[in-house]
Design a protein around this ligand. Structure first.
Ligand code: CA
Length: 250
Protein backbone atom coordinates (compact mmCIF):
# COMPACT_ATOMS: atom_id res chain seq x y z
CA UNK A 1 0.00 0.00 0.00
CA UNK A 2 1.45 3.38 -0.90
CA UNK A 3 2.33 5.75 1.90
CA UNK A 4 -0.23 8.51 2.27
CA UNK A 5 1.26 11.65 0.89
CA UNK A 6 1.97 14.53 3.22
CA UNK A 7 -0.91 16.39 1.57
CA UNK A 8 -3.39 14.01 3.17
CA UNK A 9 -2.05 14.42 6.67
CA UNK A 10 -4.09 17.45 7.71
CA UNK A 11 -1.60 20.07 6.59
CA UNK A 12 -1.51 22.91 9.07
CA UNK A 13 -1.46 26.35 7.56
CA UNK A 14 1.35 28.47 9.00
CA UNK A 15 -0.02 30.28 11.99
CA UNK A 16 -2.72 27.65 12.50
CA UNK A 17 -1.16 25.12 14.87
CA UNK A 18 -2.78 21.81 15.69
CA UNK A 19 -4.90 21.93 18.82
CA UNK A 20 -3.06 20.17 21.68
CA UNK A 21 0.24 20.11 19.77
CA UNK A 22 3.16 20.67 22.12
CA UNK A 23 4.37 24.25 22.32
CA UNK A 24 8.05 24.65 21.49
CA UNK A 25 10.18 27.50 22.79
CA UNK A 26 12.99 28.27 20.35
CA UNK A 27 15.95 30.01 21.99
CA UNK A 28 18.27 31.17 19.21
CA UNK A 29 20.04 34.48 18.71
CA UNK A 30 20.82 34.01 15.00
CA UNK A 31 17.81 35.65 13.30
CA UNK A 32 18.14 33.58 10.13
CA UNK A 33 18.34 30.28 11.98
CA UNK A 34 15.52 31.32 14.28
CA UNK A 35 13.30 32.04 11.30
CA UNK A 36 14.13 28.68 9.73
CA UNK A 37 13.35 26.82 12.97
CA UNK A 38 10.10 28.67 13.55
CA UNK A 39 9.00 28.07 9.98
CA UNK A 40 9.74 24.35 10.18
CA UNK A 41 8.14 23.79 13.58
CA UNK A 42 5.08 25.79 12.59
CA UNK A 43 4.75 23.85 9.35
CA UNK A 44 4.56 20.57 11.29
CA UNK A 45 1.91 21.96 13.62
CA UNK A 46 3.72 23.16 16.73
CA UNK A 47 2.71 26.39 18.39
CA UNK A 48 6.08 28.16 18.62
CA UNK A 49 7.43 30.94 20.76
CA UNK A 50 10.92 32.29 20.29
CA UNK A 51 13.46 34.45 22.03
CA UNK A 52 17.03 35.47 21.20
CA UNK A 53 18.49 35.81 24.68
CA UNK A 54 19.00 33.71 27.78
CA UNK A 55 17.06 36.12 29.94
CA UNK A 56 14.18 36.01 27.48
CA UNK A 57 14.25 32.21 27.69
CA UNK A 58 14.16 32.22 31.47
CA UNK A 59 11.27 34.68 31.43
CA UNK A 60 9.32 32.46 29.03
CA UNK A 61 10.00 29.25 30.95
CA UNK A 62 9.08 30.79 34.29
CA UNK A 63 6.09 32.60 32.83
CA UNK A 64 3.82 31.10 30.20
CA UNK A 65 5.85 27.90 30.08
CA UNK A 66 6.10 25.52 27.13
CA UNK A 67 6.24 21.79 26.41
CA UNK A 68 9.77 21.66 25.07
CA UNK A 69 12.76 23.98 24.69
CA UNK A 70 15.25 24.04 21.83
CA UNK A 71 18.20 25.84 23.41
CA UNK A 72 21.09 27.38 21.49
CA UNK A 73 24.26 27.22 23.58
CA UNK A 74 25.88 30.31 22.13
CA UNK A 75 23.72 33.15 23.38
CA UNK A 76 24.82 36.77 23.70
CA UNK A 77 24.00 37.35 27.35
CA UNK A 78 24.62 34.11 29.30
CA UNK A 79 26.42 30.84 28.73
CA UNK A 80 24.01 28.17 27.49
CA UNK A 81 25.16 25.70 30.15
CA UNK A 82 24.18 28.20 32.86
CA UNK A 83 20.84 28.78 31.17
CA UNK A 84 20.21 25.03 31.24
CA UNK A 85 20.94 24.91 34.98
CA UNK A 86 18.59 27.83 35.60
CA UNK A 87 15.83 26.19 33.56
CA UNK A 88 16.37 22.95 35.47
CA UNK A 89 16.06 24.78 38.78
CA UNK A 90 12.49 25.77 37.94
CA UNK A 91 11.11 23.06 35.65
CA UNK A 92 11.55 19.56 34.22
CA UNK A 93 10.48 20.73 30.75
CA UNK A 94 12.36 18.70 28.10
CA UNK A 95 15.37 20.59 26.69
CA UNK A 96 17.10 19.81 23.41
CA UNK A 97 20.46 21.55 23.12
CA UNK A 98 21.34 23.04 19.78
CA UNK A 99 25.06 23.60 19.50
CA UNK A 100 27.56 24.70 16.89
CA UNK A 101 30.42 23.38 18.95
CA UNK A 102 30.99 19.74 18.31
CA UNK A 103 32.57 19.54 21.71
CA UNK A 104 32.02 16.15 23.25
CA UNK A 105 32.96 17.21 26.76
CA UNK A 106 30.37 19.99 26.64
CA UNK A 107 27.73 17.58 25.42
CA UNK A 108 28.43 15.04 28.14
CA UNK A 109 28.32 17.77 30.78
CA UNK A 110 25.03 19.13 29.45
CA UNK A 111 23.42 15.70 29.39
CA UNK A 112 24.60 15.18 32.95
CA UNK A 113 23.16 18.59 33.85
CA UNK A 114 19.71 17.60 32.63
CA UNK A 115 19.58 18.20 28.88
CA UNK A 116 17.36 15.59 27.22
CA UNK A 117 19.15 15.44 23.89
CA UNK A 118 21.33 17.51 21.60
CA UNK A 119 21.73 18.42 17.97
CA UNK A 120 24.92 19.68 16.37
CA UNK A 121 24.40 22.46 13.82
CA UNK A 122 23.67 22.33 11.00
CA UNK A 123 20.72 19.97 11.41
CA UNK A 124 17.69 19.38 9.24
CA UNK A 125 14.11 20.14 10.16
CA UNK A 126 13.17 16.47 9.93
CA UNK A 127 16.04 15.55 12.25
CA UNK A 128 14.80 18.13 14.75
CA UNK A 129 11.23 16.82 14.47
CA UNK A 130 12.39 13.25 15.09
CA UNK A 131 14.32 14.28 18.19
CA UNK A 132 11.42 16.34 19.51
CA UNK A 133 9.01 13.42 19.03
CA UNK A 134 11.39 11.00 20.77
CA UNK A 135 12.03 13.33 23.70
CA UNK A 136 8.32 14.03 24.19
CA UNK A 137 7.54 10.32 23.98
CA UNK A 138 10.11 9.57 26.66
CA UNK A 139 8.98 12.32 28.97
CA UNK A 140 5.38 11.12 28.65
CA UNK A 141 6.48 7.53 29.29
CA UNK A 142 8.60 8.56 32.27
CA UNK A 143 5.66 10.17 34.05
CA UNK A 144 3.65 7.26 35.47
CA UNK A 145 5.33 3.86 35.91
CA UNK A 146 2.31 2.06 34.53
CA UNK A 147 3.98 -1.25 33.77
CA UNK A 148 6.67 -3.55 35.07
CA UNK A 149 7.18 -4.93 31.58
CA UNK A 150 9.50 -3.07 29.19
CA UNK A 151 9.61 -3.97 25.52
CA UNK A 152 12.11 -2.70 22.98
CA UNK A 153 11.98 -4.54 19.66
CA UNK A 154 12.42 -8.24 20.44
CA UNK A 155 13.66 -7.53 23.95
CA UNK A 156 11.41 -7.94 26.98
CA UNK A 157 12.44 -6.86 30.48
CA UNK A 158 10.28 -7.88 33.43
CA UNK A 159 11.24 -5.50 36.22
CA UNK A 160 9.21 -7.27 38.88
CA UNK A 161 10.56 -10.75 38.22
CA UNK A 162 13.98 -9.43 37.21
CA UNK A 163 13.94 -11.47 34.02
CA UNK A 164 14.83 -10.50 30.49
CA UNK A 165 14.45 -12.27 27.19
CA UNK A 166 15.53 -11.54 23.66
CA UNK A 167 13.50 -12.90 20.74
CA UNK A 168 11.85 -15.34 23.14
CA UNK A 169 15.15 -16.61 24.57
CA UNK A 170 15.74 -16.03 28.27
CA UNK A 171 18.90 -13.99 28.95
CA UNK A 172 21.23 -15.13 31.71
CA UNK A 173 22.25 -11.83 33.32
CA UNK A 174 24.11 -10.86 36.46
CA UNK A 175 22.48 -8.41 38.86
CA UNK A 176 24.50 -5.50 37.47
CA UNK A 177 23.79 -6.46 33.89
CA UNK A 178 20.08 -6.66 34.61
CA UNK A 179 20.08 -3.25 36.34
CA UNK A 180 21.91 -1.78 33.39
CA UNK A 181 19.63 -3.36 30.79
CA UNK A 182 16.48 -2.30 32.66
CA UNK A 183 17.74 1.29 32.84
CA UNK A 184 18.53 1.35 29.12
CA UNK A 185 15.32 -0.39 28.07
CA UNK A 186 13.26 2.18 30.00
CA UNK A 187 14.80 4.97 27.90
CA UNK A 188 14.78 3.81 24.29
CA UNK A 189 16.41 6.35 22.00
CA UNK A 190 17.85 8.48 24.80
CA UNK A 191 21.52 9.36 24.94
CA UNK A 192 22.81 8.09 28.27
CA UNK A 193 26.20 9.04 29.70
CA UNK A 194 28.45 6.89 31.87
CA UNK A 195 28.04 9.34 34.71
CA UNK A 196 24.26 8.94 34.56
CA UNK A 197 24.65 5.17 34.74
CA UNK A 198 26.98 5.50 37.72
CA UNK A 199 24.65 7.88 39.52
CA UNK A 200 21.25 6.46 38.64
CA UNK A 201 21.82 2.74 38.12
CA UNK A 202 24.72 1.87 40.37
CA UNK A 203 24.60 4.75 42.84
CA UNK A 204 28.41 4.85 42.53
CA UNK A 205 28.62 1.58 44.44
CA UNK A 206 30.18 -0.55 41.73
CA UNK A 207 33.05 1.71 40.78
CA UNK A 208 34.28 3.70 37.85
CA UNK A 209 33.28 4.57 34.32
CA UNK A 210 35.67 1.88 33.08
CA UNK A 211 33.75 -0.81 34.95
CA UNK A 212 30.61 0.35 33.16
CA UNK A 213 32.31 -0.32 29.85
CA UNK A 214 33.25 -3.80 31.04
CA UNK A 215 29.67 -4.58 32.08
CA UNK A 216 28.31 -3.07 28.89
CA UNK A 217 30.59 -5.22 26.79
CA UNK A 218 29.39 -8.34 28.65
CA UNK A 219 25.81 -7.23 28.22
CA UNK A 220 26.43 -6.57 24.55
CA UNK A 221 27.82 -10.07 24.12
CA UNK A 222 24.77 -11.57 25.80
CA UNK A 223 22.57 -9.59 23.44
CA UNK A 224 24.49 -11.28 20.63
CA UNK A 225 26.05 -8.16 19.22
CA UNK A 226 29.42 -6.48 18.84
CA UNK A 227 30.45 -2.81 18.89
CA UNK A 228 31.03 -2.90 15.15
CA UNK A 229 27.68 -4.59 14.43
CA UNK A 230 25.33 -3.17 17.08
CA UNK A 231 21.64 -3.94 17.07
CA UNK A 232 20.27 -2.46 20.29
CA UNK A 233 23.21 -0.90 22.08
CA UNK A 234 24.79 1.92 20.11
CA UNK A 235 27.89 3.79 21.21
CA UNK A 236 27.63 7.56 20.83
CA UNK A 237 31.31 8.32 20.47
CA UNK A 238 32.76 10.32 23.33
CA UNK A 239 29.31 10.83 24.86
CA UNK A 240 27.74 7.56 25.97
CA UNK A 241 25.14 5.19 24.60
CA UNK A 242 21.79 4.96 22.90
CA UNK A 243 19.63 1.88 23.33
CA UNK A 244 17.02 1.38 20.63
CA UNK A 245 15.18 -1.28 18.69
CA UNK A 246 17.10 -2.43 15.63
CA UNK A 247 15.81 -1.44 12.25
CA UNK A 248 13.74 -4.08 10.55
CA UNK A 249 15.83 -3.45 7.45
CA UNK A 250 18.69 -5.89 6.96
CA1 CA B 1 23.98 31.39 18.80
Amino acid sequence: MPEPSARHLAPPAPGAPHPNAPTVLVVEDDPFLRTVLIRHLTSVGHPVRSVGTALGALREVAGAGCDLVVLDLGLPDLDGADVLKMIRSVTDVPVIISTARDDENDIVRLLNDGADDYLVKPFSGSHLSARIAAVLRRSAAAAPPTTHLLEVGGLTVDIRRREASLDGQRLDLTRREFDLLAHLAARPGAVITRKQILAEVWQDSYGSAQTIDVHLSWLRRKLGETPTAPRYLHTVRGVGFRFEAPDDRH
